[in-house]
Design a protein around this ligand. Structure first.
Ligand code: GCB
Length: 611
């Protein structure tokens, strides 16, 4: 009977998720809890058992009907004659967090379903609510706890959580997650993208223990630079949502008392004259804490103001040139999907060495540690959702999926001083349904966070008589224009008198340019794949960039060579995109030093834009 009920629930779940459109976010997810690093958590990282299931046998019977034998039940034969054709306990393990591709050679190219299982002991506490939190799972995760399906999450780069207070048992528990990284035409991203489709539970998993009414989320920012006005809100979750809440910033001797409304929301604002502002050469962070009768939550936050004025980007009121670099979330030295602080640190240190004060974290939200590490190191961040190339602009559930990923990204990171730009996409085609789709994302981003700038990586529309025109109508909705160009690599080199024009009175970040080289291959600068060729491309690009009066930032493509199944040239690419200024093994190519000199000249005031 119990099995029948679970089976029926499973079928209902499948049917309902199908009828809701497989790309829609699942409503059984709990509102996202933020600032996980400073919560009371129980880590579920480590080895998880796994079953590779390319035919989804744990899901469908031989008539391809949803089956009651779902692997969520984690069954084992109870007597020698019983037929049960899987067993997590005797299956091998994968490390969580981590992609499966780089943990087992047989899974290197695998795109499909893998079932993960983790058993753990939990002692229930009557005064605690418990949430199961995933940092990210790529791409489609259906999560079960003790045989009960909690829900589904789509999108490979953002966190999600379920409340499990009533579903946990005192003693032994098990989680089963069906992870599928198959690409879909209606997905975000879609079928076609230029990076490795690392599958698995790629970021940390934990249980979060919270009091009955807890501090779910908050937002704190420097709203008005002149007045030193700090403002924000705090959101409580639970049955006593109107309990008194205090914000304390010890170093500023500030204690702000709040009385949340019956929905648990309280706003605050105050003026502070002696504030030390967060900035790249002094990334000052203040310890803050929110306290209620039941909960206490601390964080380190930086106060700074980012704005645009005409063609200038202003940080704390002063014009700034963003000396940046694009980065994929891929660990150096063949490491696969990056997820750990030391891996992030390697990448950000290389960026610093290049002379950067800015990174474009392409093409999806990177892990939370990366953003926090950048914040500590004084590095500004462009954060992006994987609305990449050609997705289904007319599909309402694709839009909901993209908007959900944007919401999860902003919810997780809107208190991080390092992030100055939310990007709503990369190299998307010009047409009316895309404009509707992406301008709606811009509106959504502004509604979630009015304190940051919005951008997108656009493309040149025409290139005639040595004049490149950037007039994509999406530009009208953005604060900062991004633009990707590849002269000398995908087309002829730029003309010596190449000019750029735009219809918008806005700053431009050249968000991609460059070319590929095999590190260590030397030859003429006319020979493709040599370091000399790449260096010539970058040098020509720099000469071109110097003539763009509205240029306020550059992020060449890309810091480090990265894996891509689209890069097939044998003996040269072998599955790697080689446009890195540094090889995967950490060896700098010639172009690194050319870019470094350019940034040094900007830093020393020898090259000034906008004069
Ligand atoms: C682009 C894309 C980036 C690619 C790059 C390339 O325009 O935005 O994702 O990897 O070009 O290497 O071609």
């Amino acid at each position: 009977m119990k099995n029948f009920l679970i089976g029926a629930l499973f079928i209902l779940f499948l049917l309902s998720s199908e009828s809701a459109g497989a790309q829609s976010p699942d409503t059984s997810l709990a509102p996202l809890i933020t600032n996980i690093p400073n919560r009371n958590t129980i880590s579920l990282d480590g080895p998880w058992h796994y079953v590779v299931d390319p035919f989804e046998t744990g899901y469908f019977d031989y008539r391809y009907q949803p089956t009651a034998r779902g692997f969520f039940q984690n069954r084992q034969a109870t007597n020698p004659s019983e037929l049960v054709e899987y067993n997590f306990e005797t299956s091998p393990t994968l490390r969580v967090p981590g992609d499966w591709n780089t943990q087992n050679d047989k899974l290197f190219y695998y795109e499909g379903t893998i079932w993960y299982e983790k058993s753990f002991i939990y002692h229930k506490k009557s005064d605690k609510r418990v949430f199961l939190y995933f940092g990210a799972v790529n791409y489609d995760a259906v999560v079960g706890l003790n045989g009960i399906i909690l829900g589904q999450h789509l999108g490979g780069f953002t966190p999600f959580n379920f409340e499990v207070t009533d579903k946990l048992k005192d003693g032994k528990n098990f989680i089963v997650v069906k992870v599928n990284n198959q690409r879909h035409i209606e997905g975000v991203p879609t079928n076609n993208f230029d990076w490795w489709n690392y599958g698995g539970i790629t970021r940390s998993v934990c249980l979060v223990e919270l009091p009955p009414t807890f501090i779910q989320d908050y937002f704190i920012q420097l709203e008005d630079l002149q007045k030193g006005k700090i403002s924000g809100w705090v959101q409580l979750n639970g049955t006593h949502k109107d309990q008194k809440t205090t914000l304390r910033i010890g170093e500023l001797s500030r204690t702000i008392a709040m009385e949340p409304d019956d929905k648990g929301l309280a706003h605050f604002s105050f003026e502070e004259k002696k504030l030390q502002l967060w900035q790249p050469d002094n990334p000052k962070l203040y310890n803050i804490s929110f306290t209620t009768a039941e909960d206490n939550l601390s964080d380190e936050v930086g106060f700074r103001k980012i704005a645009v004025k005409g063609k200038d980007i202003l940080l704390n009121g002063k014009p700034l040139f963003l000396r940046g670099i694009c980065i994929h979330e891929e660990a150096a030295y063949g490491g696969g999907r990056a997820h750990a602080r030391d891996q992030d640190h390697i990448l950000l240190n290389w960026a610093k060495e290049l002379g950067c004060n800015f990174v474009r974290l392409a093409h999806y939200p990177h892990n939370e540690d990366m953003i926090r590490e950048a914040e500590k190191m004084g590095i500004l961040v462009w954060s992006e959702i994987p609305v990449y190339w050609t997705i289904q602009w007319d599909n309402a559930s694709t839009y909901r999926n993209a908007e959900n990923q944007l919401t999860e990204e902003i919810t997780r990171d809107r208190n991080r001083a390092s992030i100055i730009l939310w990007s709503v996409g990369n190299e998307t085609p010009r047409n009316s349904s895309r404009l509707e789709f992406m301008s709606s994302l811009v509106r959504k981003a502004r509604s979630l966070d009015s304190s940051r700038l919005i951008t997108a990586a656009l493309q040149i529309s025409t290139d005639e008589d040595h004049v490149s025109i950037l007039d994509d109508p999406l530009g009208a909705y953005l604060d900062v224009l991004g633009c990707n160009v590849y002269p000398g690599w995908y087309g002829p080199p730029p003309a010596p008198d190449q000019k750029f024009k735009t219809a918008f009175d806005k700053p431009l970040i050249m968000s991609e340019f460059g070319g590929g080289a095999m590190q260590g291959l030397h030859g003429l600068e006319t020979e493709r794949w040599t370091e000399e060729f790449q260096n010539k491309v970058i040098s020509d690009d720099i000469a071109m960039l110097k003539n763009i009066s509205f240029l306020r930032g550059t992020t060449p493509w890309i810091l480090k060579d990265f894996r891509s199944p689209k890069r097939l040239l044998p003996g040269v690419q072998d599955g790697w995109n080689l446009k890195g200024l540094i090889s995967d093994q950490g060896i700098k190519k010639q172009a690194f030093f050319t870019m470094q000199s350019f940034y040094k000249a900007i830093q020393d005031g020898k090259i000034i834009f906008g004069q």
